[in-house]
Design a protein around this ligand. Structure first.
Ligand SMILES: [Cu+2]
Length: 201
């Protein structure tokens, strides 16, 4: 008879804690402090509309990506280490994909549009796989893309008016419908990364 009461309290407590956990996860996600990981990442939480131009001045929007899985990551050409390394690794994945690379896309979106014009991106990307597309746009267009992909980017002043950019360095894997799948792992053989990407073709 008395056993129902503690059980009831436990259920109430459990649902309260569950609710709290969901709220916390949503809060961290919304504020961009959630670094990824499986389970808590909703399918539509990352990704959304963007309207930018590539290194050849050609308009590129989320609608152009429909029907193909793609990788998208944010950075800037003056980045000292992470961006060039990521661009190199993604180039290796595109090479490993062979002809299938044409059925995917790899988008490098600048967080520094003031310096990264299409011409600057074109010159910079000439050192990497030619199928990489560098995207830029005006400040509001870049900020809209950053917001859609929950990307953090902030200017850090340096010497003599120079500056660097702090930014989210995750590579996102998006499916054919433009939905977020998972952060894309690059610390493995390019063939393994290519095989994962192929599963979404
Ligand atoms: Cu970078």
């Amino acid at each position: 008879m008395t056993t129902t009461r503690p059980a009831h309290i436990i259920i109430v407590l459990a649902s309260f804690l569950g609710g709290l956990a969901i709220f916390l996860a949503a809060f961290l996600y919304a504020t961009g402090q959630f670094g990824g990981g499986n389970g808590a990442t909703g399918p539509s939480a990352i990704g959304g509309p963007f309207k930018l131009v590539d290194q050849n001045g050609k308009p590129v929007s989320d609608a152009d990506m429909k029907g193909r899985p793609f990788l998208i990551f944010f950075g800037y050409t003056h980045c000292p280490d992470i961006c060039p390394t990521t661009l190199f690794e993604v180039s290796e994945v595109l090479r490993a994909l062979g002809p299938d690379a044409d059925r995917t896309a790899a988008l490098f979106v600048t967080v520094d549009p003031e310096r990264d014009t299409p011409a600057v991106l074109k010159d910079y990307l000439s050192s990497f796989d030619p199928r990489l597309r560098g995207l830029t746009g005006d400040r509001p267009a870049i900020e809209a893309a950053e917001k859609a992909y929950r990307v953090y980017a902030k200017k850090v002043p340096g010497e003599n008016g120079d500056y660097s950019m702090d930014h989210t360095a995750l590579v996102y894997l998006m499916d054919k419908q433009g939905r977020f799948v998972a952060p894309f792992k690059l610390n493995r053989k390019p063939e393994a990364s290519a095989a994962e990407l192929k599963r979404y073709l």
